[in-house]
Design a binder for this molecule. Structure first.
Ligand code: GN1
Ligand code: MG
Length: 369
């Protein structure tokens, strides 16, 4: 970080209810949307770490209700964990630090929104899953998260991104991008486009089930990537779920599907060596076991019957979002190299294929649990 950036962060930090002086800061390189900094404050010989983060208002158009959601959700979780008698609450639930005017955010002179969380010590996230035990911990954590919020009315939460997982609308936008091809990239993406269009029968599976009344709306996380769960450095136990910007009404299958996408193959989201990208039953088994264990109190048999297809569907949905962004010129997901969004898309589609090839075995496993 440059001295200017540090100075700027110091000015931002001084707006929040934090005691002491900012001593150290570094940029945290996760996430495609928001900018995140880990910062250390020193106060009378003691240190305390925080996260300062900007909210990308191009993506999240209404940051005020978004932060109201985050406060509601974090306070609710803390209260429920306290009732469950859990210790170590500061590491098990995110905590929002208020701005000096009492709001849960600060707006700087450029109109940028900032928020601050207490840093969770002795825990870390991983970009890609490494072991079956981690897969189990991740689904336990996200399932528990849903369970803790199951008594919160979905009407109490603002919708931070409308139609976020509406696969049909995402598909329509892809078709438009293919037809218009504004950056002249459709040729390079021809195989991916062919795959995407051939998957159309998958597009409405969850939307139709919801319309038929088979799947209820609940409070869901909606971004259950493996790198959004913090695991204890010593024990590997899941401590806390992070990235609460998209917590809003949704189907639990969206969450399970995104876990399958990010936690059943030991490869990065942008892996280019596609032969390595396979759904591993050795990871899917603990993933589904953890999820079913954590959601036993509310998951219905009908929801359960869509677990396997949700993996293919959400992986496909994120894949077409990467592809659309590639065709439209990389305006949404931050990219770090040429054709990055196309690489990300190809990886997702390879996994969709592998999930479909393994669907029967996956279903047999779910039926046994
Ligand atoms: C974005 O910023 P990040 O990495 O938490 C995106 C998710 C995608 C994900 C793909 C608000 O999440 O929907 O699944 O990238 N978040 C938003 O890695 O669009
Ligand atoms: Mg996110």
């Amino acid at each position: 970080m440059t001295p200017q950036e540090l100075q700027r962060l110091r000015q931002i930090g001084s707006q929040f209810e934090i005691k002491g002086e900012l001593a150290e800061a570094h940029r945290v390189k996760i996430g495609h949307i928001n900018e995140t900094f880990a910062v250390t404050y020193r106060n009378a010989g003691l240190t305390q770490r925080y996260i300062h983060q900007t909210i990308n208002t191009g993506v999240f158009k209404e940051p005020v209700p978004l932060m109201q959601n985050v406060v509601k959700v974090t306070e609710h979780i803390r209260q429920r964990l306290r009732e469950e008698g859990l210790k170590d609450l500061d590491r098990r639930a995110l905590q929002v630090i208020a701005c000096c005017d009492g709001q849960p955010f600060y707006v700087d002179e450029d109109g940028r929104f900032w928020r601050t969380f207490v840093f969770i010590e002795n825990a870390r996230t991983y970009e890609a899953v490494e072991t079956p035990a981690q897969a189990f911990q991740a689904s336990l954590a996200f399932g528990h998260f849903q369970s803790l919020l199951s008594d919160l009315s979905s009407r109490d939460l603002a919708i931070t991104i409308p139609d976020f997982h509406h696969t049909r609308k995402r598909f329509l936008r892809l078709q438009k991008a293919i037809a218009e091809d504004p950056c002249n990239r459709a040729g390079l993406a021809a195989r991916a486009i062919g795959f995407a269009l051939a998957q159309e029968p998958l597009v409405d599976v969850l939307l139709d089930a919801h319309a038929r009344g088979e799947i209820p709306e609940r409070v869901t996380h909606n971004d259950t990537k493996f790198n959004n769960v913090m695991l204890d450095l010593q024990t590997g136990e899941a401590m806390c779920v992070v990235d609460l910007d998209t917590v809003m009404p949704g189907m639990v299958l969206y969450d399970f599907g995104d876990m399958v996408r990010t936690t059943t193959s030991r490869t990065a989201e942008d892996e280019t060596y596609l032969d390595r990208v396979e759904l591993e039953m050795e990871l899917f088994e603990p993933l589904v076991r953890g999820y079913i264990e954590a959601t036993r109190s509310f998951l219905t048999p009908q929801e359960r019957s869509y677990l396997v297809v949700s993996g293919a569907l959400i992986t496909f949905t994120i894949g077409i979002r990467f592809l659309t962004d590639y065709l439209e010129g990389d305006h949404y997901f931050r990219v770090h190299r040429q054709d990055h969004n196309l690489d990300r898309c190809r990886k997702q589609f390879k996994l969709v294929q592998s999930i479909q090839d393994n669907s029967e075995r996956m279903q047999q496993l779910v039926d046994k649990l």
